[in-house]
Design a protein around this ligand. Sequence first.
Ligand SMILES: Cc1cc2nc3c(=O)[nH]c(=O)nc-3n(C[C@H](O)[C@H](O)[C@H](O)COP(=O)(O)OP(=O)(O)OC[C@H]3O[C@@H](n4cnc5c(N)ncnc54)[C@H](O)[C@@H]3O)c2cc1C
Length: 325
Amino acid sequence: MHTDSLYASTRRYQLSAPQLQQDIHCDVAIIGSGMTGISAALELAECGYNVAVLEAEELAWGASGRSGGQIIAGAGEDGASMLRLLGKDDARAAFQLSLEAIELIRERVKKYSIDCDLKSGQMEVAARPKHMPHLRDAAELMQNEFGYDIQILNAEQSAEKTGSDQYHGAVFDANGGHLHPMNYTLGLAKAAQSHGAQLFEHSAVTHIEYGNKVKLSTAKGSVTSDFLVIAANAYLGKLVPAISRYMMPVGSYICATQPLDESILPADCAVFDSRNLFSYFRKDGEGRLLWGGRTGLTDAYPKNLEAVMHKRMTAIYPQLAGVKF
Ligand SMILES: Cc1cc2nc3c(=O)[nH]c(=O)nc-3n(C[C@H](O)[C@H](O)[C@H](O)COP(=O)(O)OP(=O)(O)OC[C@H]3O[C@@H](n4cnc5c(N)ncnc54)[C@H](O)[C@@H]3O)c2cc1C
């Protein structure tokens, strides 16, 4: 069952995928039905490959059905780190890949009429005055090294977009955006099914046998394939020890308000702030403010989650003091 969330209760796709109960063969087997696995399944099925996706829980059950939904150019590392780690050519190529990924989202939403509240605009806001020089440097690097069109905003311009005077400037990317991540993933899954991809829920892979062919075992069946895509994210457990040893728990949470008027976040873009343990927010298709944060290097449920998130939200939007999550 999906976690009891706003995303699950506003899902617009009711897809049915059976449990795997036989032994099947295909070209490519995929473990995991998040954006990674389903996106690969769609791409491969569009190219005519015979694909099977095995999901331990339900389609889009993992992070792809729970994320902040922000579409952000670049990688986890900032531009300067990418240049340092990869060198100029590879850093540019990696950055370009992220732009192609954004374009691919737009293309697929259009091509398959995916109902996921896709909106444009994304910004990083300076939570403290001393953060702005770093944001400016990072934006100028993206402009100069990657030829990327990104806007540097002063405090007043940033307030016009956010509807809050609490930030000290921002970097705005009109090419970024946000969407309902579960509906996007389920929309991709529907498209993949329409191209013949076989999707199986409640079919956890318990064993992988490597050889000329790969054989995946589940409780009630198996898949033998020429190729394997492992897209199980942090839920992989110990199935692939070579990957598991690089994993660590990171928790992050999102609270939602009732639908709000346009004075809150008038630019309707996705926002995250410049703190190390940052807050991130956006308005969903119905105008609710989705406030994310409380990120920590643990999977233990944080104490006073709602109260802490409310305090952070009202520090930016004091007028929401009476609004509950
Ligand atoms: C709170 C939060 C906010 C986030 N915000 C953003 C954001 O704003 N923007 C952004 O770009 N990213 C964000 N992320 C990260 C983003 O959600 C993930 O990077 C992305 O969804 C990963 O997709 P995935 O398909 O790789 O993994 P997942 O969506 O996690 O899917 C993996 C799937 O594999 C399945 N699985 C695992 N093991 C097995 C097995 N043995 N057999 C079968 N199935 C298995 C799981 O059940 C799961 O459904 C956020 C993440 C979180 C948690």
